[in-house]
Design a protein. Structure first.
Length: 252
């Protein structure tokens, strides 16, 4: 069994399904101890049970600032420190600027941006104490290019990209690295709901597949390998990077 992350302690948000679930399992399989954060207790507890003693579940709503300190403190108390943070949780509301409501806009930025800032801020002192750290933000290819009917989602992911770069500059001298992963269209519960809501779901699936050079949609496991790399010491000279894992979407 490979142990590229032996001795590393981390937090994964949105760990109950999709990309977060796949990343949590991959990180733990490489020797990390991980706190699994998600809104649905049953889902994060199921993943923690699957992983075993090196994981535990923290049901939490990271859109609420009051939850941030608690989940950080629980992780440090349980495992004794913090080496990496995977900010993966996200929401998607579909619509252009006239269709998106104020509530949807606020919800998008509270989860996709504000929580990333608050979690990173709370994690930094513990990484500083450890002498190093890695913050991994899951952004999106739509943080790099725009898209139709993503008037809240794309700007939120663009904010994550620039927050990543700014934090990398601010904290590089402390040996704390900050990088962003930009997935293309990955098949998760979130994207399945988007397809299901379309008038012609199969046509949407074919359209989305066609814009990825590899000729298929992504799988959560396609993202997990990069998360492991960025959490590991193998990426010790990588910071401020915005790394697409997108089946060639940005190349088309």
């Amino acid at each position: 069994m490979s142990e590229r992350l032996k001795g590393k302690i981390g937090i994964v948000t949105g760990a109950g399904s999709g990309i977060g679930r796949a990343c949590a399992i991959a990180l733990a399989s490489e020797g990390a101890r991980v706190a699994l954060v998600g809104r649905r207790r049953d889902r994060v507890e199921e993943i923690a049970h699957k992983i075993g003693d090196s994981a535990f579940a923290i049901p939490a709503d990271i859109s609420k600032a009051s939850e941030i300190s608690r989940l950080i403190d629980e992780t440090v108390r349980r495992f004794g420190g913090l080496n990496f943070l995977l900010n993966n949780a996200g929401v998607l509301h579909i619509g252009n600027v006239e269709q998106i409501t104020e509530e949807e806009w606020d919800h998008t930025f509270n989860v996709n941006v504000r929580a990333v800032w608050l979690l990173s801020r709370a994690a930094l002192p513990h990484m500083r104490k450890a002498g190093a750290g890695s913050i991994i933000n899951v952004a999106s290819t739509l943080g790099v290019v725009g898209a139709r009917n993503r008037a809240a989602y794309a700007p939120s992911k663009g904010a994550v990209v620039l927050l990543t770069k700014s934090m990398a500059i601010d904290h590089g001298h402390e040996n704390i690295r900050v990088n962003a992963i930009c997935p293309g269209f990955v098949e998760t519960d979130l994207t399945a709901a988007v397809i299901a809501q379309a008038p012609d779901p199969e046509a949407v699936r074919q359209e989305r597949t066609a814009v990825h050079a590899i000729g298929r949609l992504g799988r959560p496991e396609d993202i997990a390998g990069l998360a492991v790399y960025l959490a590991s010491d193998e990426s010790s000279w990588v910071t401020g990077a915005v790394l697409p894992v997108d089946g060639g979407y940005l190349a088309v």
